[in-house]
Design a protein around this ligand. Sequence first.
Ligand code: N7H
Length: 483
Amino acid sequence: MSEALTPQQLQKAPGTQPGDPKLDLDQIQGDVLIGLQKFFERFVFFAIQDAPAFKAALRQDLAKRITTTREVHQREFDLNALKIQGKRDRLPLIGLNLGFTAEGIGLLVPGADLGDPSFANGAKKQAAALNDPVDGQGNPTTWLAAFLNATIHGVFLVTGGTASAVQEEFDRITGLLGHAISVVYDETGQSRPGLERGHEHFGWLDGVSQPGIKGLSDPFPGQQLLDPGFFVFGYPGPTAAPPLPWMRNGAFMVFRRLQQLVPEFHQFLVTEANDQGMDSVLLGGRLVGRWQSGAPMELTPLQDDSTLGPDPQRNNNFDFADDQGERRCPFGAHIRKTNPRKDIPEQFLDPHRIIRAGIPFGPELSTAEQQGDATEQERGLMFVCYQTSIPEQFEFVQNKWANNPGFVPGKHHPDGTVVSVGFDPIIGQNAGGAPRTTDEPVPNYPTGNVRSTLHEPQNFIVPTAAAYCFVPSIAALENELSA
Ligand code: N7H
């Protein structure tokens, strides 16, 4: 998750090598490649009630208010400068981005085919294929009613450094649109407080690893540098030309509201670690592939190093190539399942990378929840990711990697038997919610003489909503979508 202002982002310099594609930073919405700066992020899902009025507002006012990649990039440097001066003031930093579902695009540009079957189907129809719990008709059983029953045409992402800045922008947008839209679902995610800033609700530092982008990023050691066309249309990458010319500088956004059962997960770590005769903090680290501080197990397998996690020069400088016995990190660890690095050849890895840009939602744990080991108030992650193909990127990672116990294939135990890697213990979903296993939770570093299996009795992440959107360029908002 790139909750903006990660250490990487703050320290990153604009890097363009000769021959790199020239990105149109004024056209690409700001959340796509770098991430809007956000302490608060309001997700405003809406239905268009009056298409001509909506188009008029979009053309005249809204498109100009959208925060671009250039602005986000500039803000990083401004913030970095403040940080260097030791100033920690919260700036308003209002951000606004806008995406449309297939139904929304269909209303604005009738007959438009964006060439992505999952986008066209919509998130609800794709839920069963992701192993979200569904009923006999394929309807998700754990989703919020608004995402099951209502028509959603689009979403505004309203971000800012303060709650009041976000509220002001929300009022401005809804004021401009008047009766042209009705709000279907509205929820604000926010960074966790104090030292937990940048950490998701299970406790881990998030936003540590993102792919670098040619023409934009100066890669840190170990950071893969990819063609921009994997994430934004109209540039070198998997698809030479977008299916429609106005898709240039646009991207697909996947939104998933993922509830996290935090006390239950922590209790599970303690019980399981006890059964396996190990430390629960170490077990958690092996399931994610990083210590809570962000330090990779690959670089420090037996004890945390709190200086490593926030250090972009070191925190991705590993590739699993020298760890074919799961000694440092299990094959099934969340970060190894979702980015297996050198476990698989580059040509099978690159087409499936995503840029993450989520934010936590919900309150901190109450004392009662901590003491009772049971969730009473909902909390979790507003997971957001960007790509140019939903089936090949988000859905592929969730379905073909995290949910697939056979991935990574071709791994062997020291005795020659094949490793059944198991599910991603964080996000893996088994059809019907059946219990899941993952290989080698117990550290076998450095000797490799322990063999163990993790038994997970339940999912600790519950999908509660999803939407597939297209996030157009500024020009498309001003022209084709508002014509
Ligand atoms: Fe994951 N977590 O807290 O355990 N994730 N993730 N994720 N995730 C990552 O590198 C988490 C989810 C990826 O390149 C970290 O930012 C949680 C989904 C990918 O090394 C942590 C949820 C999908 C990476 C978490 C969740 C992914 C990644 C390490 C849900 C895609 C980069 C810190 C509530 C389908 C891997 C970091 C790499 C990293 C957690 C969801 C994918 C701590 C709690 C749905 C590609």
